[in-house]
Ligand binder design. Structure first.
Ligand SMILES: [Zn+2]
Length: 91
């Protein structure tokens, strides 16, 4: 599925964290299989359809929205604000 916006291209579909490189590639169709520093999702594997995305997001939230790599967590991080940034079609 093609990207709808430049912002969407860089967002983790599970948690909404902006990534340094597009998790699903420039065309949003070629996953990198990188790991999200926030929710620990492997792009292209755990986020390839809406039901998997919702299931993995709920599991992450149920686990207190812990950061996979806590060193990357900003001081003023807010889970609510980040969830707002998830593209509408993945919510
Ligand atoms: Zn994530």
């Amino acid at each position: 599925m093609a990207c709808s916006s430049e912002d969407e291209k860089y967002r983790c579909r599970i948690c909404g964290l902006k990534q340094n490189t597009p998790p699903w590639g420039e065309n949003c169709e070629t996953p990198t299989f990188n790991i999200c520093a926030c929710c620990g999702t492997e792009f292209g594997y755990e986020d390839n359809n809406t039901s998997a995305i919702k299931k993995n997001r709920n599991r992450w939230l149920a686990n207190e929205a812990n950061w996979f790599d806590p060193d990357e967590r900003p001081e003023d991080w807010s889970v609510e604000e980040q969830l707002e940034k998830i593209p509408e079609k993945w919510k």
